[in-house]
Every structure is written in C-alpha cells, then in structure tokens.
Design a protein around this ligand. Sequence first.
Ligand SMILES: Cc1cc2nc3c(=O)[nH]c(=O)nc-3n(C[C@H](O)[C@H](O)[C@H](O)COP(=O)(O)O)c2cc1C
Length: 306
Amino acid sequence: MAGVLQTYLPFLAANWQLVLMALLAAAVLHLLLERCRTASIPVPAPPAAVAAAAAAATITTAATAATPWRDEVAPEDDDLTPPPDVLLPRVPFSMESISPEEMVRRSEQFYKQMNGRRSVRAFSRAPVPRQAVESAIRAAGTAPSGAHTEPWTFVLVESPEVKAAVRRIVEDEEEVNYRKRMGQKWVDDLAPLGTTWLKEYLTDAPFLILVFRHAYGVDEQGQRFTTYYNEISCNLACGVLLAALHQAGLATLTSTPLNCGPRLRQLLERPANEKLVLLLPVGRPADDCTVPDLTRRPLERIMVVL
Ligand SMILES: Cc1cc2nc3c(=O)[nH]c(=O)nc-3n(C[C@H](O)[C@H](O)[C@H](O)COP(=O)(O)O)c2cc1C
C-alpha cells in the first residue's frame, strides 16, 4: 500500500500527516460555520472574492434581510432619499369617553356586522352611489402606514369601456393560470368555491377598485423615497376598505388576479413604483346571488390568551 502511494501519489505519501490535519481542520470549520448559520450567529466575513461572487448571486436576499420593511429591492434603492428630518408639531388627541358596557356593545355589534360580510361573485348592474364608494376609499386612506408614507393608490373604475378592458386582461391571464400556471392542486382547492377564469362580475359591478401598493415613493420633485413596510401598510388599508364597503351596504370580492399586475398597471397608466395588490368589484349582490356555505373558526380556535 505504502509502495503504491509512493509510486502514484508521492506528495501524499510524504505529507500524509499534513493532509490529514488540513482535512480535519476543514471539517471542524465547516461544522462551526453550519452552527453559526442555524443559530443566526453572525458568520465571519468570507474572503473578498468569495463574498463578491456570493453577493452577485444573492443580492436580493441579502438586501431583504438587512431591510425587512422593503418588499422589493430595486438596484436604484440606494438612490432613495431619507424622509425629511423634521419634528412635526404636536396636537392634542382624545377619544370619546364611553362606558365599559357600551364598549362591549359596540364591539359585539361590529363583529356581528362584519360576520355578515361575504365575498360576492355575482353582482347586480344596478348603480350605487359613487359618494359611498369614495368615502370607503377615504376610510381606507386612514390606515396606519410605515413612517406615515401612505404607500397606496386606489384606482376607481366606473367607465364601462375600462371595466371591459380590465375584464379582457383578467380573463385572458386567468385562463392560462387555470390551465397551466396554478397546477392541479390549486385548481382542485378552488373547486368547492366554484370559481373559473370567467369573470362576469368585472363588467356587471358598477365599480371596480384596483388597489396599488407603492414599492417605493416618488415625491413632487421626482425624488424616490423608501415606503417602509409598504406591503403590510397597504394590506391594512385593504382591510379597512373591505370593512367600510361592507358597513355601507356594498358587496365586494377580494380578488388577486395572478400575473395581471403589469398589464393592468399599464392599462390604468400607473407608474412603475405601483404594484397591483387587489382588484375589487363593488356594488350590490345580484338578486339570485349565492355564496358557498362556509363557517368561520370560533374565537377559541383563533385566539390564545396568556
Ligand atoms: C388574499 C386573498 C385573495 C383572494 N383571491 C381571490 C380570487 O382571486 N378570486 C376569488 O374568487 N376569490 C378570492 N378570494 C376570496 C376568498 O376565496 C374568500 O375570501 C374565502 O373563500 C372566504 O370567503 P368570504 O370572503 O365570503 O368569507 C381571495 C381572498 C383573499 C383574502
């Protein structure tokens, strides 16, 4: 064996102790790095060349980990201007003083009202007051937002031509979604809801609201700024919008047309920083409207008290 080694691998034969120690050291180092990674302990910086290659491959992940409030890290994000460093003047704030009994009564009443909300997929063509829809959007605009950057735009569509154009895009993409993109499992999961790629409600409903999230902001001077936590901020505004529409007696459907964002953004002439979040038909349910017979999880299944 030693003879074979000496003939074919003379370096290994002469330095086997050194090679063995190097292998052992590499194994120990690998184990240590792995432990750091799983325990989220900062890993020592790798050599520059390795770091550069890794950075090129994982630029989005690394930037996202460092700035979790950002949904999308565009290369130009480095150009974003920080918000102005000024202290706002303070104003007094108080809330109506109500008894504990009244608090409970109002809270229960609101729950009962919200429990009557359903996603509606069959709309009456009867008109509804535009003012009611506008006030619901105004209510949505009261949602909290990261650093008060208000990262949302609500496009209200009333024009039959624009609604028809929206429907064409959505049905076009949804047919491909159902046939190819979603996969059989997703299509099967949707089957109990009876949804298809046909979206008559998009032209039946008197209004459509398309909610766009600002991935970054652009001020009046054209300077970009960071919209902190823009995704959760926009989602909160959408929740307020659903509640406001429902309490105004208006039905809607929370819809998220897959792969339609860029085409709808272009149709509605929204700028590149705005990303489509929701498409909501708004109106009254059709006279023959039905909804799936769903139940909601009771309080004890959604709340943990400590
Ligand atoms: C984020 C989100 C995306 C949804 N997307 C769609 C959609 O694209 N099409 C649709 O018909 N319903 C969609 N829905 C509606 C759900 O199917 C519906 O909320 C769920 O079945 C519960 O019914 P309910 O809203 O009547 O309580 C969506 C709901 C949510 C919250």
